[in-house]
Design a protein around this ligand. Structure first.
Ligand SMILES: C[S@@+](CC[C@H](N)C(=O)[O-])C[C@H]1O[C@@H](n2cnc3c(N)ncnc32)[C@H](O)[C@@H]1O
Length: 449
């Protein structure tokens, strides 16, 4: 069975060299790890609406109705009381027999990645379905790694590099999938294939997110805990959409205080509005956060952006980044080295706005969902050099690994304060099979020395 060993299909040498430049160690372990699926599913529970125990009971009931006696375990971690983990199914991926008599459905690699994390297949992700495939028929599902399968293909797609992902049951036929497909407004939506099992062993529950619970990666939950928002504070979320960390902050604050959520993408900001409907402490602004500081402003400001110096008790800079920590990456969206090189520039610009906006004594958290040293440890070293009023704090709760060594720019003690989520064995909590992520916590000096 074919499975990728690097996320950089077709561009491997070029991009691996670029990542290597900015990642002195561990590339050989890192690349295959990025292609593999995190096998644990995590939900963050909105404890303003439901108790974790009640949510757990609901999850267990769903799992039991789908898997009976074989339902996987649901459990929590002491460090993150608002989170529940769903263990993988007890079947090793290689035990899954491939029945070649079944018809085939081909999906694109992003749809394939979601499927491996427990999603069903939605209509837009289906590239090919063999003709005569009937409703409720079982099909083998493959991802098209080379990206050469033409949308709407009705014959069997012959390709050595398609990846077998699992078996599903058809919910939409070809004529429903491809009818009027040229017209945006009539593009089909909804579940096209309901997955029954996948090679990752992640339960195929689909996304159960609602106002009570959110499907969210573990490091993102840790990130807001590291920020530590308190009721009554004024907090800036510089790059907020789709608002997953924003709502977590609001919950930890008991919905008391103010969270100013900025994002420069009108579409992404619009899309998150329904998620914010149940919270009163969040205000949103479509705004370029690289212009959020009004240098001539007088006194901390509480109006719309730009803001005067010292306006916020805490700031989250969850920066736009290369996203290379996402797993599984069957085929990375990053196709050019110059794209990778572009991120530190915007990250520095955002950091340069965050520092003056933070009040003396305030807390700033910088995070990315990537693994390159340039966007993580090197960005921290630059920040400390450029802004001596900041000091690095211990990014607790610490579940991931320390930062990578960056001699002589960061001392071993400083690296130990950082938090980097990487291949499982390195994380502080064993068997933490999650996405790649980076967190640094700073405090601004109360008075300039
Ligand atoms: C990593 S995502 C944020 C995820 C979000 N914090 C969450 O947890 O749901 C980065 C966001 O930064 C936004 N962004 C990029 N450049 C920006 C800028 N100059 N000002 C404000 N937002 C920006 C993007 O639109 C994107 O929504």
């Amino acid at each position: 069975m074919f499975y990728p060993k690097t996320p950089f299909y077709g561009k491997a040498l070029l991009l691996e060299n670029e990542v290597l430049k900015a990642n002195s160690t561990a590339l050989s372990r890192l690349l295959p790890w990025l292609c593999q699926t995190p096998r644990i599913t995590t939900y963050r529970i909105n404890t303003l609406r439901i108790s974790v125990a009640d949510y757990k009971a609901q999850l267990q009931a769903k799992l039991r109705s789908q898997y009976g006696q074989k339902a996987p375990n649901v459990y929590g971690l002491d460090e993150l009381p608002e989170m529940l983990c769903i263990a993988p199914l007890d079947v090793a991926a290689e035990d899954l027999p491939v029945d070649d008599h079944l018809k085939q459905v081909i999906v694109d690699t992003s749809c394939g990645a979601a499927l491996l994390r427990g999603a069903h297949i939605f209509a837009p992700g289906v590239l090919a379905m063999e003709s005569n495939t009937q409703l409720q028929e079982l099909v083998n599902v493959y991802a098209d790694l080379p990206g050469k399968c033409k949308r709407g293909t009705a014959t069997r797609y012959v390709c050595d590099e398609k990846i077998f992902l699992g078996v599903g049951q058809v919910q939409m036929q070809r004529h429903q999938l491809y009818k009027n497909n040229e017209k945006e407004e009539s593009s089909p939506t909804g579940i096209a294939v309901r997955m029954q099992r996948n090679i990752s062993g992640v339960p195929t529950l689909g996304d159960l997110s609602d106002a009570n619970g959110l499907l969210q990666n573990l490091p993102s939950i840790v990130c807001v805990r590291v920020l530590g928002p308190q009721p009554g504070e004024r907090i800036l979320d510089m790059c907020a959409a789709p608002g997953n960390k924003t709502t977590h902050m609001a919950e930890l604050m008991g919905d008391v205080g103010t969270i100013v959520a900025l994002d420069n993408s009108a579409n992404r900001l619009r899309a998150m509005q329904s998620k914010l409907a149940n919270y009163s402490c969040i205000e949103t602004h479509q705004f370029d956060a690289t212009k959020a500081w009004h240098a001539a402003g007088n006194g901390p400001s509480s109006g719309p952006p730009p803001f005067a110096s010292d306006s916020f008790d805490r700031i989250l800079l969850d920066a736009p980044c290369s996203g290379l920590g996402n797993r599984p990456q069957l085929c990375s969206n990053v196709k050019q080295a110059k794209v990778l090189q572009s991120y530190p520039h915007i990250q520095r610009n955002l950091m340069a706005q965050a520092v003056p906006l933070l009040r003396p004594g305030g807390i700033l958290v910088y995070s990315t969902c990537t693994i390159t040293e340039a966007e993580c440890e090197q960005l921290v070293a630059w920040t400390l050099r450029k802004f001596p009023q900041l000091r690095l704090m211990d990014a607790t709760p610490k579940l991931g690994a320390p930062g990578l060594p960056l001699h002589p720019e960061l001392s071993a003690e400083q690296c130990a304060l950082l938090q980097r989520f990487g291949p499982s064995a390195e994380n502080r909590v064993p068997n933490l099979d999650t996405v790649g992520f980076f967190i640094a916590k700073f405090q601004k000096a109360s008075e300039l020395r």
